[in-house]
Every structure is written in C-alpha cells, then in structure tokens.
Write a protein that binds this ligand. Structure first.
Ligand SMILES: Nc1ncnc2c1ncn2[C@@H]1O[C@H](COP(=O)(O)OP(=O)(O)OP(=O)(O)O)[C@@H](O)[C@H]1O
Length: 942
C-alpha cells in the first residue's frame, strides 16, 4: 500500500464490471500509468449507510489492507482506498477472467486437470489467508475471480473475520492437523452463503478456518459436479442437507456433452472435507498430503500459479492446441469491447440488477428458524434471542485455550451427543430439483399414515384367494438376498423407453375426462367406439377368469441395473434415490432411451404381491408374449416405490420401483394416442381393473398381504376370558362358523405361506374376525415419526456406507430387526412438519413383512414370544395376556399399515385420518386424489 493520497480523478473509469450488494465495480485506468488497469469498487455512502453495510465495508477494507502487506497471486490486492462526498473507492487488481462461477457455468463442470489445478491454487491461497489469522467465511466460486491467464484470485472479504493472534499462539498453524474450537470469541458478523455455510455455523454458531475448508470442499464438489453439493428448495432445506451430509455424486458432465467418471481420489478428498464434526474434518496441511495431490510440489509456486490457460512454459494455450472448448477465447469475457470512458463524477451507483445468491447476513432468520425447529440452541441463550450475528470462532487446537473449548463444546448441553442423531433427525429433505428436470420429484414409500378406505376394509379381513395362474405365489423374497430380476427385454430390444416426463407428456393425448378414462378399454381396441363397448364385458370376464390379478395394464418399463462401478449408481456413492440421481440416470441413459423402440409391457400385479410383466408386442413374433417375467414381490422389504409425478389421468411421470442397490424400474404409462396407434396383436383385452390406479393397487395388494399376516399373528394370540368379555363381538355370520369365545391357547390355523390353506382360514375366519374387529376398531394407532422409540434407519446410522450386511442383520432377524414401523419412528424434533416426515422415511420399504409387528426389543416378554413364534411359524401356546399387554398388542396389530405415495397425498391422508366429519370420510371413500382436489377447493373457498 502506498500512503500517497489518491483520488477518483487519478483514474479514467471505463466499463462497469459488475454489481455487489453495496457496490458497483468499474474497470479503470490509472492516468499516471495508462498501462495499469484496475478494478475500482465504488460504494455509495448513502447506500451503505441505508443498508447498514458499513460494517462489511470496514471489514473488507481492513482485511484487504492486511493481506495486501504481502503479495499473493491468489488474492485480489487492494492498492488504494479513498473517498469523496458521495462514494468510497477501493482500487483493486483487475481480474479480466471474470468470476470462476461464470467459467464453471460455461463449461458445466471442470475436468480432472482443471479441478485439481484450481483446487491447488485455492489451497495455497487459503493457506495464505489463514496464515494472517483471517477466515474468509464466504468462499464460493462467485468470490473467486480469474486473471488473464486463468489463475484464480480470491476476493470479497466483506464477510471475513480475524482471529486474534493472542488466542492462536501461532497463527501460521492454521492448517494444523486438527480443527479445534474456541468459544470465547465472537465474530463481528454472521455471514456466508446458504449453500456453502458450514455445519458448525449452523449447529453451534461457530466458525473457524475449518469453515473455509468446508467451503473449499463444496467448491471442489461443484467443480466436478457443476453445482454445489447442498441445495434445497429453500434455505431451510439446504441447511438440513448440510448437517445431514445429504449430497449425491453423479458423473462429471460437461456442456460439450462429454461425460467422464469422477476420480475416486477427488471423491475421497471431498468426503474427508465435508465432515460435520469439525475435529474430524481434514485440515489444509493434511489436504496437501492427500493422494489426490500426490504429484503436486507445494513448494513450486511458479508451477502452482501457472494460469489455467497457460502451457507449462507459461504461454497462452491457443485453440489449435486441441483444447478448444476450454480455451480462453471461449471463456474470457469480452468486456474490453464497447469501452466508454466515464468521468468519476458521473458514476452512478446502480441498484443491484442481477440476483445475487442469498447471503446469510440477509437471511439470518432462516438459520434461527431452522435451529429452532431442530431444537438447537447455542447453549447460552435461547436462539430466538441470541444475536445470530455472533458466532464463535473456532481456532486451531494448538492454541492455549483450545482444550478448554473442546471440553466446553462436548459438554454443551445444546450440542447433540454426536453428529449422528443430527444426521438422523435431519436426513429427510426433499432433494433439490436440478433445472434439467421438473422439480417435484420424489416421494417415498413409507409407512406413515394409512389410507382411510382400505384401512376400514381391513377391519373385516378378506381371505386371499388362491391364485389360479401358473405364476406361483412364492415365498416372500428374502430381503437379505436381493434377487436379480429377470431382464425386462431381450438385449437387442430395449424394453421400453424412459422419456423424461416432459417428453412423455408431449406424447400424451389431451387427458380425457376421468369418467371416460375410468372405463378406458384396452389399447388394442381403442380405435372404434364399438370395440370400446365390447371391451367392458371382456374385462369382467377377465376378472372372473383370473381373480388373483389385482391389476393388469399396458405400461412402458425401463429397468436400470445398479452397476457397482457405474458413476451414478456406484454402490459406494449410492445414497438414496433423489432428483439428482434420477436426473443423472436420465442423462446417462439418454442415448439409449432415445434409440429404444417402444414396446409395451403388460404389467400384472397379483394379490399375492407378485409383479410381473409380459412383452405385449412380442407375442406374434416368437410366441413369447405370454411369458410372464417376474419383476418383484411387493412384499420384499428391499423394494421401495417412488412416485415421480406419476399421474395416471394425464399419463405423466414415472412410478419408480427400486430394488435396493439392485435395480430401478421406471414405469410410465403410454398416452392414449400411443395406445390407439401402436399395432400389436395381443389378446383383445388384457387390461384388468383399469378403474383403480397402480398406486392404489399396490396399497391394496400390500393390505391383503398384511391382512393375512395379521390373521397369522392373531391366530397366535391368546386372550384371557376377562379381556374376551370386554370384547364386543360382532354377530356371527353363520351358526356353523361361529366360535363363541376366544379362549386361551387357541390353536392357530396352519397357514400355508402359499395360500394353500385358505379353507383353514375360512373355518377360523369368524373367530379371527371377532378378534380382529375388536382390535381394529380400537383406538387409532398413530405411527408418528415423533413417537418415542427412536430407532434409526440403518443407512442413517452408518451414513452412506451402510452395507448390505448391515441391512441383512436388520432385515433378517426379528431379534435385531427394527420393524418397518421402527424405521418410520426415526425421531425428528420437527413436529408437525409432515412433508419432512415423509421424506424421512424415504427408505422405508414398500412393503415389509414386519411392518406391523411390535418391535422385538421393546415389547413385553409375551409379545416377544409371539413375535418369535410368528417368525418361526410354530404356534406355541402363549400365556394369557394381561390387559395392558393385550391393549399393546391391539395397538400394534391395528396399526395402520401405511405407505406414503406422495407428499401431497400424505397431507390429504393425514387430514382425513384426523378428521371425523362425514364430509371428509366421504372424500376419503372417493380416493385420495379426489380428496386432495376437494381439499384444495375448500381451501380456496375459505
Ligand atoms: N477485481 C475485479 N476485477 C474484475 N471484476 C471484478 C472485480 N471485483 C469485482 N468484480 C466484478 O464485480 C462484481 C461485483 O463485485 P463486488 O465485490 O462488489 O460484489 P460481490 O462480491 O459480487 O457481491 P457482495 O459484495 O454483495 O458479496 C463481481 O461479481 C465481479 O464480477
């Protein structure tokens, strides 16, 4: 810094380079040395006072002054500051390469080489900043500029904070091997950007060098993936994702349509940086030793600070060198054009035009709200009152006070015992929808609330009809041994296209009124009205012929296997089904999908839960059309269902079935126009039960299975006479069948798992109905996620790395297994946030055999024995239940067997379940989507 006083009149102001929240930046030339070009940041005094930005301007000036003492190529240097009546001026290094973010946007992602190169420069620059006791606190690609050669320069120190060197006995140890905590200092401001904010700031109101390292990790991820790792639909969701470490990995895809797998070392590095626990987060010094940088000589500053557009000899890379897409000609802004000299006095500080990413300084309330929801406080005050503008600074643990601070942290009552519960509590957000795909994804199959109508039906269990089809209603698939589903189509003929929803909808004919659609005939006979009329009785006949079929219809199915090494689906990187994953899949398989021929599959769902398909189009060619290929059994606990905007009326979206880490099936419905046009000579009518949509049928199949299960369990339950007397039994349906009372040690019927002993069921039906109706009419179970038993989902417990064996243990043994209800019972402190709860259960299986069983470990000994015996299918005489045990059993067995199909639907179901009015019940009986519409209408009316 020179002490010579400068003024705006020393410069010729040229074009505007950009706006900040309180400034406008101009390119400027020094009149005394015209070769010297600067960027001058002009801050309107009026504006900064009005917007209360004085603090940030001061911080920025002081920090940049401090850093300018010693030149570093990776930091924008502040040369002069001065002011006039109206403005403050910061004369800075001019960065003609613009923002790193713009470059990233132009390329989609950075390749391996660039990612490493930029990361190395960032690490070196960050080390320099930290060595001055400065925490940047707002690191992100927008705040990294590029010089003419493509070397990066960190800027925007308005959020920075300085660590008192007296607290850190050696400030240069910023990259010490661990990050520790100091609770005694407060930053002057609470700033940052939601996507890059560190979990320690969110959770404990603390920041430190490690917070910059967190942001560095986010940036490396962003270089490779094109967008920051944590992005929610809103800030709260972003925060939830951050503390839950909820981020996906996809392939490295550039805008020039090249895709490459991501270097596992880079993934490993990011994983080591994005660690919630500060003390476990990798430090700068350790980062430098990471194998990802094995070939980097950190002392060779010349090499490190070579521009990205320079070759090793320091020359600018030309287009002819074979890197056209990444050459500077393509990415350098052409701001030098249209230069208009602007006299200083005419400078207008324009209002911010472009939308800046939200800064936490302006959304502090989001954090406060978020923390409140999580029940987190800083420990000193209630968060509502704690000035969230005062986070504690974390300093290296080699500082004198660090040990005490660490102790403080761990004993801080506000702090959760470990990060795991937090992850469990917060791993529930809906994934962000990338721009490329419609935003509303997801949805979980979860056992949260019951569907009203089927639940009422469940009161009188209907024995399952033995299947008449050759497809054997096999034993439920062992969840621990994922079965490899049969290929959906011969390899040469891709089974069915997976078109993005938009494409799908464009194929669709305009939606017919529901009345028409509900009686829509099979596709093959759609062409004429006469045929449509003929169709109806055929359907009835079909239903009579095959009563074990719940639903059968024409669909497109596309099956995507999980590839152990595949970039998107790698077993290691697999985290969950979410928008990003689906998006990357669609992207990855785009070509394949485009080239796929359309073959309709005839999808069949049997009452025993078996889902199978048959290639309707192939029937004539190889006579294979009638062959049913078994896809999945919905009873399989490894099977989940997701509704990707699946709308049968408008024939849009996908029903996604996932066999955990095995296969994904995308099921879509052909549009009516396609159905009517595609010629195939399948049987005239193979459509069965097209009045009921697939999702409802899945519910129903599941319910039937559960009824059977419940009957099975009930047959093992003995009731003492006292309890029995309290029971109001329904009148017997026939004298013959009536068993007057339920006595101790009722021998359960031998229940054939293949439904071969239905007669036994019928014989004992009345007994069971009696018991069952008693049970089912007793108080509603509310399997709220807020319920007491906090059994964490295994994947949550072990993070992303939960392996199959973990699942095996949990799924396989009743002793150790939390029931599916237990899964859903994952505690969340966010009461009343139903949509959150929905997603919390994203991994809850579509169906689980144990879904309604009491959890073994927390049940009474009697119940335990019943669970055991149920598991072994060996009826053991049980001692009579005490009234309390009995009511516990009742409660458990009458627990609604629920699955959430979509968040909106969940809202409806929840409302309906909790409403007692006839009106609502009527709505319920008309179905959830009708209910939803009615509710919407009512809402509008109100
Ligand atoms: N030294 C520079 N060289 C070239 N362009 C610059 C320079 N400094 C800033 N700019 C451009 O001007 C824009 C505004 O920068 P400024 O530092 O005022 O605000 P910001 O950091 O983007 O926003 P905020 O201050 O609200 O965080 C930047 O986005 C960048 O494009």
């Amino acid at each position: 810094m020179t002490s010579r006083k400068r003024s705006p009149h020393d410069f010729i102001f040229k074009e505007e380079l950009g706006h900040g929240s309180y400034s406008t930046v101009f390119k400027a030339v020094d009149k005394r040395s015209p070769n010297k070009i600067y960027a001058i940041k002009v801050c309107s005094k009026k504006h900064i006072i009005k917007e209360a930005k004085v603090k940030y301007v001061t911080i920025e000036k002081n920090t940049m002054n401090l850093l300018a003492q010693k030149h570093h190529p990776g930091i924008i240097k502040l040369y002069y500051t001065f002011h006039d009546e109206e403005n403050l001026y910061f004369v800075l290094d001019f960065a003609p390469g613009g923002e790193l973010l713009s470059l990233l946007h132009r390329m989609g992602t950075f390749n391996e080489l660039w990612t490493r190169h930029f990361t190395v420069q960032l690490v070196d620059a960050l080390e320099f900043i930290h060595s001055h006791g400065i925490i940047h606190r707002d690191l992100k690609p927008e705040n990294v500029l590029l010089d003419k050669d493509g070397r990066l320069m960190i800027t925007d120190f308005g959020a920075a904070s300085t660590i008192d060197s007296s607290l850190s006995d050696n400030s240069t140890r910023c990259n010490s091997d661990s990050n520790s905590v100091n609770d005694n200092q407060s930053c002057a401001s609470f700033v940052g950007t939601a996507e890059y904010v560190s979990p320690e700031l969110l959770l404990y109101n603390q920041c430190g060098y490690c917070s910059d390292i967190w942001a560095l990790g986010c940036m490396i991820y962003q270089f490779l993936q094109g967008q920051p790792p944590f992005r929610g639909d809103n800030e709260l969701k972003t925060f939830e994702k951050i503390v839950a470490l909820d981020y996906p990995w996809g392939p490295n895809k550039r805008l020039n349509n090249t895709t490459s797998p991501i270097n596992p070392l880079a993934i490993n590095l990011v994983r080591k940086i994005l660690v919630v626990e500060v003390n476990e987060r990798i430090s700068l010094s350790v980062i430098k030793k990471h194998p990802y940088f094995a070939k980097i000589d950190w002392n060779d500053k010349v090499k490190i600070w070579r521009g990205i557009w320079q070759n090793p000899q320091g020359q600018l890379i030309q287009q002819s060198t074979g890197v056209p897409s990444s050459s500077p000609q393509h990415v350098l802004p052409i701001r030098q054009l249209h230069v208009i000299d602007t006299p200083a006095r005419n400078i207008q500080i324009t209002k911010q035009k472009r939308k800046k990413p939200t800064k936490i300084s302006s959304t502090t309330s989001s954090i406060v709200v978020w923390r409140k929801r999580l029940g987190i406080s800083t420990g000193k005050d209630d968060l509502g009152t704690v000035p969230s503008t005062a986070p504690t600074i974390i300093v290296p643990n080699d500082s004198k006070i660090s040990t005490a601070t660490v102790t403080h942290l761990s004993s801080n009552s506000a702090r959760p015992a470990s990060s795991q519960p937090i992850q469990a509590q917060t791993k529930r957000t809906q994934p962000t929808a990338p721009n490329r795909i419609p935003p509303k994804v997801l949805i979980n199959s979860a056992n949260i609330k019951n569907k009203p109508t089927p639940r009422q039906k469940a009161i009188v269990p209907t024995p399952l009809t033995p299947p008449t089809q050759p497809t054997p209603p096999t034993q439920p698939t062992q969840p621990t041994q994922p079965t490899q589903p049969a290929p959906l189509a011969p390899p040469s003929v891709p089974s069915a296209p997976l078109a993005p929803p938009s494409t799908q909808s464009s194929l669709s004919a305009p939606s017919a009124p529901s009345s028409i659609q509900s009686s829509l005939p099979a596709p093959s006979v759609l062409s004429t009205q006469t045929k449509q009329q003929d169709m109806v009785p055929t359907l009835d006949v079909k239903n009579t012929i095959d009563p074990s079929t719940l639903k059968q219809d024409y669909v497109f199915i596309y099956g995507i296997p999980y590839e152990a090494e595949g970039p998107a689906m790698s077993l290691n990187s697999y985290n969950k089904i979410d928008n990003d994953l689906i998006t990357s899949l669609v992207t990855q398989y785009k070509e394949e999908l485009k080239s796929s021929k359309m073959f309709l599959q005839l999808l069949t769902l049997k009452k025993n839960g078996i889902l199978s398909y048959r290639n309707a189009g192939q029937q004539d060619r190889d006579n294979q059309g009638n062959m049913d290929h078994q896809m999945a059994n919905i009873e399989d606990s490894d099977l989940s269902m997701y509704d990707f905007e699946f709308n049968e009326l408008s024939r849009k979206g996908f029903l996604i079935l996932e066999k955990y880490k095995n296969k994904l099936w995308f099921i879509s419905l052909p549009s009516y126009s396609i159905l009517s046009k595609i010629p195939f000579n399948a049987e005239k009518s193979l459509t069965i039960n097209d009045n009921e949509n697939w999702v409802d049928c899945f519910f129903r199949a599941r319910q039937l299975l559960e009824e059977k299960q419940i009957l099975d369990k009930i047959s093992n339950v003995s009731f003492d006479s006292k309890v029995s007397n309290e029971t109001t039994s329904p009148p017997p349906t026939s004298k013959k069948d009536h068993t007057p009372s339920i006595s101790n040690g009722v021998t359960p019927p031998a229940y054939d798992t293949k439904y071969g002993s239905q007669n036994n069921v019928r014989q004992n039906n009345n007994v069971k109905q009696e018991a069952f109706s008693h049970i089912a009419t007793t108080g509603k179970d509310k399997p709220s996620v807020n319920s007491a038993s906090a059994i964490t989902h295994p994947r949550v417990l072990s993070g992303n790395s939960t392996n199959k064996s973990t699942r095996k243990t949990i799924a396989g043994s009743p002793k150790s297994a939390p029931s599916a209800n237990a899964y859903s019972n994952t505690t969340t402190p966010i009461s009343g946030n139903r949509s959150t709860n929905v997603t919390n259960n994203r991994h809850a299986p579509l169906l689980s055999k144990r879904q309604n069983l009491p959890t073994y470990s927390n049940s009474s000994p009697t119940v335990r024995s019943q669970i055991k015996s149920a598991g072994q299918r060996q009826p053991t005489p049980s001692p009579p239940l005490s009234p309390m045990e009995y009511s516990a059993v009742k409660e458990k067995y009458s627990a609604p067997s629920n699955m959430v199909i979509s968040s909106s639907r969940y809202e409806v179901l929840h409302t309906l379940n909790n409403s007692q009015t006839n009106f609502d019940r009527e709505i319920a009986s008309r179905g959830a989507s009708a209910a939803f519409k009615s509710l919407q209408k009512n809402k509008k009316k109100n």
